[in-house]
Design a protein around this ligand. Sequence first.
Ligand code: ATP
Length: 240
Amino acid sequence: APAGETLTVEDLSVHYGGVCAVRSISFTVAPGQSVGIIGANGAGKTSTLKALMGLVPRSGGRVRYGGTDLAKVKARDVVRRGIGYVPEGRHVFPGLPVEKNLMLGAYARSWRDPGTRETLEEVYDLFPVLREMRGRLAGALSGGQQQMLAVGRALMARPRLLLLDEPSMGLSPKLVEDILAVLLRLREEGLSLLLVEQNAKLTFEATGDCVVMENGEVAMTGTSRELREDVRVRRIYLGL
Ligand code: ATP
């Protein structure tokens, strides 16, 4: 995959009415870098990703992807610029077949683009179970398979930066291992990742750098290796 651009988040804030969900947070994701955001339920992680995608309004700050100011770009044009998004809770279309769900991920490209078929085969190579299930309704898949489908669907737009919102949610430890293997493989292929998770253990294994969010703010940043050894992080986020 081509290298992509640097995502630069500066002093980003998100308010819902009078409630501040994200307070002036800053971080960057360079091409090929894998960055995690960990935090408890309600820390502001989902709001951060939604604000990057233009799905909730920003109340302050700047978000740039390379030279582009994302404040001026609509959600589907964010995808066109190479940023993919896997929302929390998967949101696959249960009444549509697996392959149709995947093809819908290519909506930002032309369906006649001959590359779309090629990308579909790449996604099937990454997730052989989706190839086996290509004709089945998405609603008939297990939770883990639906998560793979949600990731595969985002990959159909050929992103260079992938935002993932709690891909491990509700999955068994075995399936969390499968998600980790997929994330490591995507990293190896040069995709940049921004992974939002409550599962700190998974995040430290999948990323090189992390942001810890508490009450809408950045509480700590560092390399994933440093943070996983931090006494406070171990106590609060790893339960050790
Ligand atoms: P989760 O683990 O639930 O995804 P999170 O860290 O992603 O948590 P957010 O979902 O971003 O956190 O929520 C941050 C804060 O904003 C919380 O206090 C939440 O109650 C509040 N919030 C989120 N969405 C809305 C909304 N649509 N309207 C009002 N308040 C909201």
